[in-house]
Design a protein around this ligand. Structure first.
Ligand code: NAP
Length: 355
């Protein structure tokens, strides 16, 4: 696509941790052109380079974005945008996203507010792209023709559902017990005070265990024109914040309906492919899952950038004396688990003719 043919997009919450990732990933996107940025009253009225004082990415603010004026998060300031990506704080995301949807824009949200709405799909792009097919029913229910909302999952739920999908498809999933070790970037900026996290592990993240015990059931569930039906399996989560900058590590024990060997579980992981790959989407990873056979992998610092942050690394598949198998997984929380996931969802929507 040439510059003039690209779809104009905006970012809500552009100054935050997730918003910065959106800016980074959209700077040179082949289908989307970032033309509008929104944040709170604190940032509005300033060029992005001045508003994003807490820029914490390893690359500089893209030169074509730094001069864009940050606006309040109101639809009239996003004229010409066909869609917006939202990295808004959940205290404001619900109402703001609804307003953009009603104004005719497609909204791709990272926030929790609309995740459980009857007609709103909760999409992990390498897992359940088919859930986007509910959008016409959502538009009909809301009396809208162009506006709609798509959400992506909590960052830990996202990484978790990729291997769970593989296990469920291949062997039938009965139960999962998961313990997370989550990076500090997952808490936004400034996040957890350094005095609390250095030389420490915090065994509590407000609301996180509830999300992990609900979201994978919707993501792996089914839908019809009346809404979604959860997948029936048991899941229990422990969530911890650890002194890692990016990348969530999760230790799983799973109970399966079938009785595969360890080798069969590993082969199922390695051979998993998704629709986004078959469609050849710009952000689709070469592999949805890489299996690392080294006994001390995956590790956040070494594995979070696998597939540019869109690939989940799985390791340590082994028998479990309580359930059937134990494994360790690692996913990038602000790429696949946040901005990148929403971006690939928008690519899926474009491919499916929804934009
Ligand atoms: N970080 C992750 O790994 C991750 C992963 C998945 C989902 N999420 C979700 O994504 C959302 C953003 O997370 P984050 O970590 O990026 O948070 P963050 O760093 O705290 O950023 C929040 C953003 O919301 C804006 N904002 C706050 N109050 C506002 C208001 N009243 N009106 C308009 N904009 C307002 C902020 O703008 P100012 O800078 O102007 O205050 C900032 O741009 C949250 O809902 C979070 O739960 C985060």
């Amino acid at each position: 696509m040439t510059e003039g043919q690209k779809i104009k997009v905006g970012v809500l919450g552009a100054t935050g941790m997730v918003g910065q990732r959106f800016v980074q990933l959209l700077a040179d996107h082949p289908w989307f052109e970032l033309t509008a940025l929104g944040a709170s009253e604190r940032s509005a009225g300033k060029p992005y380079v001045k508003a994003a004082v807490n820029w914490r990415q390893t690359s500089e603010i893209p030169s074509n974005i730094g001069s864009i004026m940050v606006s309040p998060c109101e639809p009239q300031h996003f004229d010409g945008c066909r869609l917006v990506f939202s990295g808004l704080d959940s205290s404001v995301a619900g109402e703001v996203e609804t307003a953009f949807c009603k104004a005719g824009m497609a909204v791709f949200s990272n926030s929790r507010n609309h995740r459980y709405d009857q007609y709103v799909p909760l999409v992990v792009p390498t897992v359940n792209d088919d859930h986007l097919d509910i959008i016409p029913a959502q538009q009909k229910a809301n009396g809208l023709t162009t506006g709609f909302i798509v959400t992506n999952a909590n960052c830990s739920s996202t990484g978790l559902t990729v291997p769970l999908k593989v296990l469920d498809d291949a062997f039938g999933l009965e139960a999962c017990m998961v313990t997370t070790m989550q990076a500090i970037s997952g808490a936004g900026f400034p996040g957890v005070p350094s005095i609390d996290i250095i030389d420490n592990v915090v065994p509590y993240i407000s609301g996180e265990e509830e999300k992990l015990e609900i979201e994978p059931k919707k993501i792996l569930g089914s839908f019809d024109q009346n809404g979604f039906t959860d997948k029936d399996f048991k899941i229990s989560a422990h969530c911890n914040r650890v002194a890692v900058s990016d990348g969530h590590l999760e230790c799983l024990s799973v109970k399966l309906k079938g009785s595969p060997t360890t080798e069969e579980v590993i082969t199922a992981m390695e051979s998993y492919t998704c629709e986004a790959q078959r469609m050849g989407l710009p952000s689709a990873p070469k592999q949805c899952i890489v299996y690392n056979e080294k006994p001390d992998r995956p590790q956040p610092r070494l594995d979070r950038d696998a597939g540019k942050g869109y690939t989940v690394t799985v390791g340590r598949v082994r028998p479990c004396s309580l359930f059937d198998f134990k494994l360790t997984i690692l996913s990038h929380n602000t790429i696949l688990g946040a901005a990148g996931g929403a971006l690939m969802n928008a690519e899926l929507a474009k491919y499916k003719g929804l934009l």
